[in-house]
Design a protein around this ligand. Structure first.
Ligand SMILES: *Cc1c(COP(=O)(O)O)cnc(C)c1O
Length: 388
């Protein structure tokens, strides 16, 4: 027992020495671009609340009304007594919006990925994932008994070669839609063609594209049919500003998940009030084109300004605009220096990103203003000058 504790302490010590130790920050305000933490006001550029809905009054009102209507807890799993008309309506509205036959609500994106992948893939099956896929997709692949192959980031030629080796048997290809730490968009046309040619099932995780990209915010798969992208997954805690996730696809796909996705079957349904909040959020996502337009303006202002300052931008057209620092202590130093200037951007370090790829993951929200972007650029300019 003591021995074990000693080992844990050594491990923590090691993480501290390598500048990889992680700590939580306590926030004392609602989730918005101007945050309060430790009695200090901070301008935040690191949440995934891309559309600025996490503290939207209409969604808050919908949730309060729903508590009066439905109470608090769901009391049981969806297959027992937890599945209310509110959950059901949300699923139907999501499916209709995305042009899919059905959608299934999960508690979190992490659970949706673990549940869907391990329900669809088993022993003897072949799974192919982009090397930079989100941890939940990797973990889902490892949790399934399928053989697990990883291809170089966005390298559909390599994927094509890997798939060639398996002309028989079930193959599934999984990719982030928008890569969560880099902000680039997956090569969807090539992925769809490649999967069609090799008769492989394509799954896209659009956690960072849904609400932000595409017509009516349908995400990076907007315009792709259910045949082209048969398994479409997205989260509802980011651009939707609430919590949860879903998988959308055919009747057969969803019925299979209802039978076999263990992280959906063996867990309590989320509160009905959450589903009602999400229904209100969906209306706003569809309606408020100005939020997506504002994001485009902020992104282009930032990229133009950062380019003029010679900052190490990555090729991203999404609200995720990372600045790669390289080693972890440099990323931490940048992050601390920003915080001293009243700006919050947490440093992202390995193992969340590859070794040598520590970075500031800057993200924009529709509730940022041009003045906010200029403040950020100004602070980055000062830090860059001092770092040389
Ligand atoms: C955030 C994220 C998830 C997990 O979603 P949660 O609802 O936060 O559990 C899954 N996939 C990707 C690509 C993500 O960025």
């Amino acid at each position: 027992m003591n021995d074990f504790h000693e080992q844990l302490m050594l491990r923590l010590q090691h993480q501290r020495e390598k500048n990889l130790y992680r700590q939580r920050r306590v926030i004392d305000s609602p989730q918005q671009v101007e945050l309060l933490s430790d009695g200090k006001a901070l301008l935040s550029f690191c949440s995934n609340d891309y559309l600025g809905l996490a503290n939207h009054p209409d969604i808050a009102r919908a949730m309060k009304r729903a508590i009066d209507r439905w109470g608090i807890g769901s009391g049981a799993a969806h297959l027992i007594t937890g599945h209310t008309a509110a959950h059901h309506a949300l699923e139907e509205e999501l499916a209709e919006w995305l042009g899919r036959e059905r959608a299934l609500l999960f508690s979190t994106g992490y659970m949706a990925n673990i549940g869907a992948i391990s329900a669809l893939m088993g022993r003897g099956d072949q799974l192919f994932e982009d090397r930079l896929n989100h941890a939940s997709l990797i973990d889902g692949g490892l949790a399934s008994a399928a053989a697990f192959h990883r291809y170089q980031h966005a390298d559909t030629e390599m994927l094509d070669e890997q798939l060639r080796a398996f002309e028989s048997g079930n193959c599934m290809v999984i990719s982030d839609g928008v890569f969560s730490m880099d902000g680039d968009i997956a090569p969807l046309p090539q992925l769809a063609t490649c999967c069609e040619q090799h008769d492989a099932l394509l799954m896209i995780d659009d956690a960072h594209g849904i609400g932000v990209l595409g017509e009516q915010g349908r995400g990076c798969c907007s315009g792709y049919t259910q045949q082209q992208v048969p398994v479409l997954m997205a989260t509802l805690g980011k651009a939707f500003g609430v919590f949860g996730a879903f998988v959308a696809g055919s009747e057969t796909l969803i019925e299979t998940l209802i039978q076999d996705a263990r992280s959906w079957v063996y867990t309590t349904a989320p509160p009905a009030a959450m589903a009602e909040a999400l229904r209100e959020a969906l209306k706003i996502v569809i309606r408020d084109e100005w939020r997506r337009e504002q994001l485009r303006l902020l992104i282009s202002r930032f990229r133009q300004g950062a380019g003029q300052l010679g900052l190490p931008l990555m090729p991203s057209e999404t609200p995720i605009q990372p600045l790669v620092a390289g080693d972890a202590d440099r990323a931490l130093r940048w992050s601390h220096a920003l915080e001293q200037r009243g700006i919050l951007v947490t440093a992202i370090r390995p193992p969340t990103v590859p070794q040598g790829g520590a970075r500031l993951r800057i993200t924009f929200s529709a509730t940022h203003t041009a003045v906010h972007v200029d403040q950020l650029l100004d602070a980055l300019d000062q830090i860059q000058r001092r770092d040389h």
